[in-house]
Design a protein around this ligand. Structure first.
Ligand code: THG
Length: 370
């Protein structure tokens, strides 16, 4: 088996000593930072555990691009078709960022920290440089930088109980996609109810490297009563929940409408943003493809390192990009783009996996049913 060599360019996180002690088995690299991808248990064991208990995830790789200054709100709004005009401090917004052709640049959670200060919690692409270029070109008065923040996620149905042990009952009142500032060791930390799973939980935006291990240890110790385990975004759970991954399900070739993000787009012409004309034209014509689930058989599939064709009567009708065996459905679950005319739930297709198998499947609307 080949390995990746980690150097300074593949940036580390404050939690790594504990991640290593707990038996991390693999890393990925996102935003030039390492992301733990597995521990001693299998992805299936982790899936059941995440649905029943609580996990600590090192998601430092969710980098915060800070935009601050007089024109911060103007620049942030220019970057997304999501309407931020009524946004209030303390709110987070899942938002597509698009280019002039309405191509997906990124899909961050945008947090409004102050009237003139935003964090874009990004997926894997260079939003900082895009934002700096826009600010330069538009002559905007802003500071843009990657903030020193290393988010940790607490995910699973026991998250509220665990978090309350460490931060007090105030965490229970945080609403979905809202944040509060709560103290840890006398240091204010931004805590949001969010996370890359559908099992509920929080994200703690740690902005002091020195507090990384004390924070991990406090959650770990309190978590013993709740069967806490180290974890990471779980592929099975993510696919079933219909959570998309930039670079996998979507690239700059895709627009937010085909990514199922119409509800995050203002399409009535009242809002100005980069890519508006292109996005309205796509909306007018109707998207040519749509993100969908595909449930398919043929036994446990291998991991997909490239798109797999989806066919109907031998004709190419789409592709799947993330595929994994689901112990709950006892079939493979996957996410992909399906062409117009074929994306209706229940449509029977074949999935052509990279091991050469032709697997019978059907289109499923997202999220997959519970
Ligand atoms: N948390 C934070 N930053 C992130 C992610 C995260 N940055 C990278 C990546 N994940 C961005 N992608 C997503 C994808 C889905 C969601 C969040 C970030 C998400 N979606 C909810 C859903 O689809 O059910 C709800 C969104 C809504 O309706 O507002 O949570 O996970 N900090």
């Amino acid at each position: 088996m080949t390995t990746l060599t980690i150097s300074r360019r593949q940036r580390g996180t404050p939690y790594i000593p504990r991640i290593e002690e707990l038996g991390v088995s693999a890393y990925s690299i996102v935003n030039r930072m390492i992301l733990p991808k597995g521990f001693r248990k299998t992805v299936e064991e982790d899936y059941w555990h995440l649905r029943e208990h609580v996990q600590l995830w090192d998601v430092s790789t969710q980098r915060q691009i800070e935009i601050r200054g007089k024109d911060a709100a103007e620049l942030t709004q220019l970057m997304t078709p999501r309407d931020l005009r009524q946004a209030k401090v303390g709110m987070g917004f899942y938002a597509p960022l698009i280019d002039g052709n309405a191509g997906m640049i990124n899909d961050p959670i945008i947090q409004k920290l102050a009237e003139d200060r935003f964090w874009l919690s990004i997926a894997d692409s260079d939003v900082e440089l895009w934002a700096k270029g826009l600010a330069q070109g538009y002559g905007l008065d802003v500071d843009i930088f990657e903030a020193d923040v290393w988010p940790m996620a607490v995910q699973g149905p026991k998250s509220d109980d665990l978090m309350a042990e460490v931060f007090g009952d105030a965490v229970r009142d945080i609403r979905f996609f809202r944040f509060k500032v709560l103290e840890f060791h006398g240091h204010p930390l931004l805590i949001a109810r969010s996370g890359y799973s559908k099992q509920g939980g929080f994200e703690i935006y740690l902005d002091d490297w020195e507090l990384g291990l004390p924070l991990w240890d406090a959650l770990w110790e309190a978590g013993q009563a709740f069967n806490v385990s180290p974890g990471c975004p779980n592929l099975i759970e993510r696919v079933e929940g219909g959570l998309l991954s930039l670079g996998n399900e979507m690239t700059r070739e895709n627009n937010p409408l085909e990514c199922g993000m119409e509800r995050y787009c203002t399409l009535d012409g009242s809002l100005d943003f980069i890519g508006k004309d292109a996005l309205l034209a796509i909306h007018e014509a109707g998207p040519k493809q749509m993100v969908r689930g595909v449930l398919f058989g043929g036994g446990k599939c291998p991991a997909a390192s490239q798109p797999w064709p989806v066919k109907l009567n031998g004709q190419h009708v789409g592709q799947v990009t993330t595929c994994i065996w689901s112990p709950r459905f006892e079939q493979n679950v996957s996410l992909g783009m399906i062409k117009r005319g074929y994306w209706e739930a229940g449509t029977e297709v074949t999935v052509h996996s990279q091991d050469g198998e032709i697997r019978p499947g059907k289109i499923v609307s997202l999220p997959f049913p519970e």
